[in-house]
Design a protein around this ligand. Structure first.
Ligand code: NAD
Length: 364
């Protein structure tokens, strides 16, 4: 059912679209409209992931789809999961397809931008003056640290108590490859990296600080590097978020800081993300939100996070930064005249998913 990877046209950017479950197909359709409106430089293939793949093939990700993804420049994934699979074993759930994709493509750097569009400045829980014009990028290490370190587990001690263990561990190689991503991205932005750890109480945090400092001195002296303790960073994100450009941090602190930064923007339906591996390997681009089963099939989902994920793919995997700028500007412009219910505002028409996509295409 899938075209072989060799069917890709050689001179085009290659994108695999995986709509997944819930609102996934609805929002992916709008991203596809935007791809079509951009013109002919992007070749598209379709595949199944999550519950949609379980229904068709009995597994959340097939080897064929994985091969398709490996042969592409970028994978655009909408969302997976839903209440139907709540009582299913973890390895048979829709999410297992997403985890396999991340692991197999060795996506070690997770990029979460927090951008406040002018039209949505009132959606934040912080004062408009604090968040207006905000544009920060959190670069989180995704495959190491305390979520994966060994030993781990729960054991029963001789005295009958139970003891839970997780190990926070990083090698210098894991830190520097993440550092390269952060510094390279900062060079394309405002040339500042804030590296966050807890070097005051953790040896692995001290190693993180030393490796980032050494990499900076050796290869990126033109970028400003600042070290900040992760707890202070959590405070500074609320006090004065505009001081940040790129925040580079580990898996655990990045998990929390990126959610905190995302909420500065106030709207789940507007938040894209990217996960990158080694240079030249395909990146995975997906909205931060889930499959929103409560609104699936009703045509009311906000497609902007999906469309902004496409913009990130254009910028980071397809080498089309001007096209990325155009898509982001089109989303920003569309918000002036059209809103899905989740971002409704007085005096602006509330529109459907498809109409929001059309409004973005019209701005392009
Ligand atoms: P969710 O993000 O799907 O929804 C949370 C709330 O936000 C819901 O009220 C939903 O209607 C709303 N929402 C989300 N996206 C929206 C959009 N684009 N437009 C308008 N409203 C939107 O989180 P959840 O309800 O906790 O999870 C639902 C399912 O999604 C679960 O099965 C979960 O496992 C899965 N999930 C998948 C991913 C992923 O695919 N990466 C991420 C998170 C959750």
């Amino acid at each position: 059912m899938y075209p072989p990877a060799s069917d890709w046209a050689l001179d085009m950017g290659r994108v695999v679209l995986l709509p997944g479950d819930g609102i996934g197909p609805e929002i992916m359709a709008e991203a596809e409209k935007v791809i079509a409106a951009l013109g002919g430089d992007i070749a598209v293939q379709h595949g199944l992931v999550g519950g949609a793949s379980i229904a068709a093939h009995g597994v959340p990700l097939t080897d064929e789809t994985l091969a398709q993804a490996r042969a592409a420049d970028a994978v655009l994934l909408a969302c997976v999961g839903g209440p139907r699979w709540t009582n299913v074993a973890y390895d048979k759930r829709p999410e297992a397809g997403l985890l396999r994709l991340r692991k197999d493509l060795d996506l070690f750097a997770n990029l979460r931008p927090a951008i406040v569009f002018d039209a949505l400045v009132d959606a934040s829980t912080l004062k408009p003056d604090i968040v207006r014009g905000l544009d920060i990028l959190i670069v989180r290490e995704l495959t190491g640290g305390v979520y994966f370190g060994q030993p781990r587990g729960v054991e029963t001690l001789p005295d009958g108590q139970r003891r839970g263990v997780n190990t926070h561990v990083y090698t210098s190689g894991e830190i520097t490859r993440l550092g390269h991503v952060a510094f390279d991205l900062a060079r394309k932005r405002r040339s500042k990296v804030t590296s966050c750890e807890k070097s005051n109480v953790m040896e692995a945090g001290l190693l993180w600080r030393e490796e980032m400092a050494a990499l900076h001195a050796a290869e990126y002296p033109d970028v400003t590097l600042e070290h900040m303790l992760a707890d202070n960073c959590a405070m500074q994100l609320l006090r004065n978020p505009s001081q940040f450009d790129v925040i580079a941090t580990d898996n655990l602190f990045g998990d929390m800081l990126s959610d905190e930064a995302a909420m500065l923007t106030g709207s789940l339906g507007m938040l894209p993300s990217a996960s990158l591996g080694a240079p030249g390997a395909p990146g995975l681009y997906e909205p931060v939100h889930g499959s929103a089963p409560d609104i699936a099939g009703r045509g009311v989902a906000n497609p902007c996070a999906m469309i902004l994920s496409l913009a990130m793919a254009l910028r980071y995997s397809l080498g089309l930064p001007e096209a990325a700028d155009r898509v982001e500007a089109a989303v920003q412009g569309a918000l002036d005249g059209a809103r899905t219910p989740d971002i409704a505002a007085d005096g602006i028409p509330v529109v459907s998913t498809a109409q929001m996509g059309d409004a973005v295409v019209a701005r392009l």
